[in-house]
Design a protein around this ligand. Structure first.
Ligand code: ZN
Length: 437
């Protein structure tokens, strides 16, 4: 399917450069129908770039051969960066900070508040897993100075919010108030837990001008907790270490493509699995001199916006209604119907007192839901969640719901919404033989 709104000139330049020069794409070249064919069709004829491809050809496979990574690493022009996935999908990359910052600056133009308050010199506090961002995880407490990098202060030092003591929560609240950030950037799971604990302690929260949610799917139950404490507008910022900033949610709530920075090819799911509104996204990066990224499978479910022009007036590129969770977190009913993280979240979020959820599957017909609840609400939430699961997965499924003191985190400190202990072939979601990672 053609995805409208991509910059054709930049798309063509990066395609021809990569196919002509970059070793990681040598095997793709014979598949290119070549000049004379519209650029969208040339892209559509090519395979998908996976994390496995990146690992197989690191470090020189996706760098223009005229460049010398060793010299640039020694000079500090680039650095190694590990993506924050779990062990099986973690990738080491060559990271060029000026490219990342440029992609961030162009994304800020896609939200009116960000455009006004994000100057590039503004202070930001980050609340996320210390294994995803910041100076690196340390067993021992680090000082504010050790956790301040440039204009960013990283306030969290622990891997799972369930391990925060009351003193940890007070320290983070104090640091937030003292630093007075313009922007608070957070993993929604961590910020929701922080909001809940602040409320329990009766502690006031410093109010930033804008909150960016990134790193993971912003569950409705997390948003509810965040909004009970923080008054600032909340915008989802979407991208990855491989691709930079790909979408930003505008002030009207839709996600707009960062067209100056990247091309997005939308591949619809099969109709029985939510297509053509739902699909996956293949991202091509335009301006990274140290990493040529073509048709990278970014791994999330996207929902195209079909409501007509966005009230914000932005028309460039692809507009999404939402990102509906990780593709690998899509579950299937015993009858084989796909259930996205978003659709399960929508059903569960109607339960009052639910503070977090996570689905584990030991076998294909087993669905075990772990829930976090408000104090005193556990029994009621468990019963209500059991009813929701039965309505989503049907009577043939083996369903169990239990309240727990904590969700289970990945090695990275992120939280997955649905995990299976068996192999799941998510390629059934779309047509064609393109593998995913
Ligand atoms: Zn908009």
């Amino acid at each position: 399917m053609n995805t409208p709104g991509n910059d054709n000139e930049l798309s063509l330049a990066v395609l021809e450069r990569a196919l002509a020069r970059v070793p990681g794409y040598a095997a793709w070249k014979p598949l290119d129908p070549g000049p004379g064919v519209p650029v969208d069709r040339r892209y559509a004829a090519l395979p998908v770039l996976t994390k496995q491809n990146l690992r197989d050809h690191f470090p020189r496979g996706f760098v223009d051969p005229g460049r010398d990574p060793e010299a640039a690493l020694a000079a500090g022009e680039i650095e190694y960066a590990k993506t924050s996935g779990s062990t099986d999908d973690q990738v080491t990359l060559l990271f060029h900070a000026p490219w990342w910052e440029a992609s961030e600056r162009s994304a800020w133009q896609l939200n009116a508040v960000a455009r006004r308050v994000a100057t590039g010199a503004h202070r930001e506090v980050v609340l996320a897993s210390p294994r995803c961002v910041g100076p690196g995880y340390s067993e021992r407490a680090q000082t504010v100075a050790q956790r301040t990098l440039g204009r960013h202060l990283y306030i969290n030092e622990k891997i799972n919010p369930a391990t925060w003591t009351d003193d940890d929560v007070r320290r983070m609240a104090d640091e937030l108030a003292t630093y007075e950030p313009v922007v608070l950037e957070a993993d929604a799971a961590y910020l929701a837990a922080f909001a809940r604990r602040l409320r329990a302690l009766g502690q006031a929260a410093y109010q930033p001008a804008l909150i960016f949610l990134t790193y993971s799917f912003p569950s409705r139950v997390y948003l509810r907790l965040i909004r009970s404490v923080f008054a600032a507008p909340v915008a989802s910022s979407y991208g990855s270490t491989e691709t930079g900033h790909v979408f930003l949610q505008c002030e009207a709530g839709r996600l707009h493509q960062n067209v100056e920075h990247c091309r997005v090819d939308f591949e619809p799911f099969r109709p029985e699995h939510g297509g053509p509104a739902l699909g996956r996204m293949l991202v091509t990066v335009f301006h990274n001199p140290w990493f040529e990224v073509l048709r990278f499978d970014i791994g999330d479910v996207a929902r195209r916006d079909d409501r007509g022009p966005c009230p914000c007036g932005r028309t460039g590129g692809l507009t999404l209604a939402s990102i509906d969770g990780r593709i690998k977190d899509v579950t299937f009913t015993p009858g084989g119907r796909a259930v996205t993280v978003d659709s399960l979240d929508r059903a569960l979020a109607a339960i009052e007192g639910l503070c977090g959820w996570q689905l584990d599957r030991g076998t294909p017909d087993e669905y075990r839901l772990r829930v976090l609840t408000e104090d005193g609400a556990a029994d009621r939430v468990v019963r209500a969640a059991q009813t929701v699961l039965a309505s989503v997965y049907g009577g043939k499924a083996h369903l169990a719901v239990a309240a727990a003191p904590a969700l289970e985190h990945e090695l990275s400190g992120k939280f997955r919404f649905a995990r299976a202990a068996f192999a799941v072939d998510h390629c059934v979601l779309w047509d064609g033989a393109h593998p995913t990672d």
